[in-house]
Design a protein around this ligand. Structure first.
Ligand SMILES: Cc1cc2nc3c(=O)[nH]c(=O)nc-3n(C[C@H](O)[C@H](O)[C@H](O)COP(=O)(O)OP(=O)(O)OC[C@H]3O[C@@H](n4cnc5c(N)ncnc54)[C@H](O)[C@@H]3O)c2cc1C
Length: 447
């Protein structure tokens, strides 16, 4: 955008940190920075949070952050379902994938809560801080630059365009990030063989309580319990939605009924294709997450696939690391590119590891698509789920993730402290064993 064009705009707003996008990353970062006395403007292009395609999973590590912030009890008063484990049925074989009951956090479950409730809750709490300014129907369309540095954003509002100048712009605008594109930051795109069809279907009293994956006939259907209905996600081969539409609605209903026969009596609730939304899945990562005056986090820095349902969690962890590293420098107006580099350094390893796990899950789905007939659960699956403790290990990996972040200076739960002590004890025993082995070896050599 031309500088002259920008300066003709009616109004200008000044803030310390302009956060573009009020998804999980943006609202959490806004909350944490405002809590530390930083003036933040959070921009959201929509007029509310009420959109169905958002993920619904609030993981134990996010619940732990709520505990550290002292808002856990209030949060748990918002209606939700407690997901203590994740199960699946492959062919006729039922198995447990992950168990959260031993994760070293306060809450040993994933809270299933519509994301609009989660975002409403967090933004309401954030409004209690003087520096928090959430602006709905504000769509950032371009970046403002001055002497090679990003100094703000151009924003469309119902009253026309405005400029918002800021010491730092944080792009939290998701996987189609306008800010990332405007900055032309280099990105690596990883191929993804899946897409997801998203729809609602009624839930009966006898249906499964916990999150349920149903795998059969070359498809996987995930059902998220939302009380009286399921939020359903049908995982399909990338690009195959048009073929499915061409085959007709009746064929689609039959597909669902074959994979999850217990939905058979409600399958006619699905009436037309408008009720079924295609969500294109992406997996990518910026090579550099920042440039002077701009930082990208959450899906804007690394689009996550729904595999494992961990994208929200990762976005929130990015927000916590950003606030831990930048709150003081922002307040003191001394944010440098080096500090922005540290945010990337801190969050890149967990992102890489999680995306690698998701890419492996995609490979399994690609194999699944080849088996279009009735599925026989493979022996490898049956053996793997019998390994003692494996469901707890997976529960920990999904529920807590790699290198969990904590609110700087906040209280820690006893479960967390015990886990730290256990780690210390293991470290000391390994060091002691290694020391003893070295001594024995050196004595033998001496003889
Ligand atoms: C089909 C599907 C299902 C998924 N299910 C789950 C799940 O169950 N659990 C899970 O943990 N993860 C899930 N994920 C991943 C998860 O949705 C993302 O990783 C997560 O939402 C990223 O959070 P974010 O805050 O970075 O971005 P987003 O949640 O995408 O939020 C971005 C926000 O920015 C706003 N915005 C965009 N552009 C602008 C602009 N120019 N100006 C102002 N505002 C703007 C958007 O309206 C939005 O509110 C799923 C992903 C897909 C594709």
């Amino acid at each position: 955008m031309m500088v002259a064009e920008v300066s003709r705009m009616a109004s200008t707003l000044q803030t310390t940190c302009c956060i573009v996008g009020s998804g999980p990353a943006g609202v959490m970062l806004g909350y944490l920075l405002a809590r530390k006395g930083v003036h933040v403007s959070v921009l959201e292009k929509h007029q509310d949070f009420f959109r169905d395609f958002r993920g619904d999973t609030v993981h134990p590590s996010t619940l732990e952050l709520m505990y550290e912030l002292g808002i856990l009890d209030e949060f748990l008063a918002v209606p939700h379902q407690k997901l203590k484990s994740i199960s699946g049925v492959a062919g006729g074989y039922s198995f447990k994938v992950a168990d959260f009951t031993r994760v070293p956090t306060h809450c040993k479950f994933v809270a299933l809560m519509p994301q609009w409730d989660f975002l409403n809750f967090l933004s309401e709490r954030a409004r209690e801080f003087r520096g928090f300014d959430l602006r709905m129907q504000h769509e950032a369309t371009d970046l403002l630059r001055e002497n090679g540095k990003i100094v703000g954003v151009v924003t469309q509002t119902p009253d026309g365009p405005i400029q918002i100048s800021a010491d730092l712009v944080v792009a939290c605008d998701g996987r189609h990030s306008t800010m990332r594109n405007a900055a032309r930051l280099p990105m690596t795109e990883f191929g993804v063989p899946i897409d997801v069809l998203w729809f609602r279907i009624g839930r009966g009293a006898d249906d499964p309580e916990q999150l349920f994956g149903n795998i059969n006939y070359g498809r996987a259907l995930v059902l998220i319990n939302r009380g009286n209905y399921f939020q359903a996600g049908l995982i399909i081969r990338k690009g195959s939605f048009e073929e499915m539409k061409a085959a007709g609605m009746e064929a689609f209903r039959e597909t669902i009924a074959r994979i999850a026969p217990y939905l058979g009596d409600r399958i006619h609730e699905l009436k037309n294709w408008e009720e079924i939304k295609l969500l294109t899945v992406k997996l990518n990562r910026l090579e550099r997450w920042y440039e002077p005056g701009l930082l990208c986090i959450g899906d804007a820095a690394h689009a996550m696939s729904p595999a494992g349902g961990v994208g929200i969690n990762l976005a929130i962890q990015d927000a916590v690391a950003t606030a831990n590293l930048l709150a003081d420098p922002l307040r003191e107006r001394r944010v440098t590119p080096e500090l922005l580099r540290r945010v990337q350094w801190r969050r890149e390893l967990p992102t890489r590891m999680t995306q690698a796990a998701q890419a492996n899950a995609h490979k399994l789905f690609a194999q699944l698509f080849l088996q279009t007939g009735p599925l026989q659960a493979p022996w490898q699956l049956k053996t793997a789920v019998q390994i003692p403790g494996i469901t707890h290990v997976i529960g920990r990996a999904v529920g807590i993730g790699v290198r969990p972040e904590h609110i700087m200076g906040a209280r820690r739960s006893r479960a967390y402290r015990n886990a730290q002590l256990a780690k210390l004890a293991i470290g000391l025993s390994v060091a002691a064993t290694f020391g003893i082995a070295c001594r024995i070896r050196s004595r033998k050599e001496f003889r």
